[in-house]
Design a binder for this molecule. Structure first.
Ligand SMILES: [Cu+2]
Length: 160
């Protein structure tokens, strides 16, 4: 029904690669000089899907449980079975600067249940997307709030 409606907004403004300080002003003032390591400010368009499900064996899982993407790629979590699920990141299991990135990425989710914890998804087939444009590289540990105690956790790795 409401798929993508509350999807997290694409983080369209560069936030400084792996740095935590924000030196960004207006990207509109383009400099002709070739920059070799400017972070991608827009998405690559590549989408990776991760299922959120209750397996036949009775386990609550993200599938795949580990995923490696490029900066700027989008992850689309799909509510496949055993809801409610959500996507929540561990503040102490993300790279430096990622907390700021994630807080901004989740800001557009009006029903989020924490600064880095998305809304509870109750409808089968519902999806939740985050585009990691400008996100710091490294390993991001995340979990599902309702099923964390049951081991529903996963790791997202973001590479240049
Ligand atoms: Cu869950």
């Amino acid at each position: 029904m409401r798929k993508l409606m509350a999807a997290v907004a694409v983080f369209g403004v560069a936030c400084g690669g792996g740095e935590s300080g924000g030196a960004e002003s207006t990207p509109a003032e383009t400099t002709p000089a070739a920059t070799t390591e400017a972070p991608a400010a827009t998405g690559t368009g590549t989408v990776h899907e991760v299922a959120m499900k209750l397996t036949d064996a009775g386990a609550y899982v993200f599938e795949p449980v580990t995923l490696t993407i490029k900066v700027g790629d989008t992850v689309r979590w799909l509510n496949e079975s055993g809801p409610p699920h959500n996507v929540a990141f561990y503040a102490d299991q993300v790279p430096a600067g990622a907390g700021d990135f994630l807080t901004q990425a989740f800001a557009s989710d009006a029903m989020k249940i924490g600064p880095m914890a998305g809304r509870l998804m109750t409808q089968i087939g519902d999806t939740y997307e985050v585009t990691f444009a400008g996100a710091p590289t490294g390993d991001y540990g995340y979990f599902c709030t309702p099923h964390e105690a049951l081991g529903m956790k996963a790791t997202l790795t973001i590479e240049e």
